[in-house]
Design a protein. Sequence first.
Length: 344
Amino acid sequence: MLLGAPQVLRTQSRCDVVRASVRGGDVPTVILKHFRDDPVLGLDEWTGLELLGRLNLTTAPGLIAGDVATRLFVLEDLGTGPSLEELLTGNDPRAASGGLLAVARLTGQMHARTLSVQADFDLIRHTLSPRPSRVRIDNARYLLDHEERLHRWVTATGAREDPGTHEDLEVLARELADPGPFLSLTHGDMAPGNAIFTPGGPRLLDFEYCGMRHALYDTLMWLLVVPLPDELISRAELTYRIACSQGCDAAQVDSTWMRARASVVAARTVNMFQWIPPRALEKDREWAPGFSERAALLRHLARCRAVLEPANPVPALARTLASLESRLIERWPETPAFTWPAFR
């Protein structure tokens, strides 16, 4: 394969992404991705893309070739098309809503098809280079290893920490480490900018944080993380659940479904207080474009409370978070909520 006319698409601390023309090939251009500083993430993405290719799933760009020694792999070029983020920042609410539902359906289909592929994922990953540990174990350990960060927030705000909070965090860690019937290949970083719309339909990009973990981890994008209208959240959840149910019987059982969504939402809400330090009490900063740290924390707490109402596997932690939410609302009474331009 002879390449020419490189176009730099992205340069970050961990990787470079370049589009290059192909001379005399079957395709006009390809994408080159080079992981300089984090080979673990690079090989995780390689594994996820190779596995999707073996399953004939077009969820992501196809993996064409790669070289472990140089930390470089070649991907199918999906071309240009609007991302979900671009639709949300546009002025067409129908396009933004339809785009989100299409991504929810695509994600559910991917999970339904990858519920029993742990051994295949491990084999590919081990062949490339053995991974230190499974990503879902890393997620579970992080929740417990940084428990004191949540405690610092409670202390700094004068909130009340329920005596059973530690035990509830252990419950969540077990759910993350062993998702049972919900174990599937997940994207791991479902930001709106990582979903694009091509002539062939929606596709997911940047599988750097992919891995075999709780399927509903990916649904956090609309359930919790991204500020969206409540009605659209419900539609996205239903769309995803219908698609996922095609391969996951557990998704059809209301009690099982409600506990699963509550567990991943509660765990991610705690993660927010582990990632953002209490200095946000003194000074607000940007969390995402147009969305501040304080607004993000309040959003997570409010959504977590709503999700836990019908099914609450962690009542002590819920009381701790409710106390923390009350204290933060008192401190930040005028924190503006974020609304995407498409829904203003």
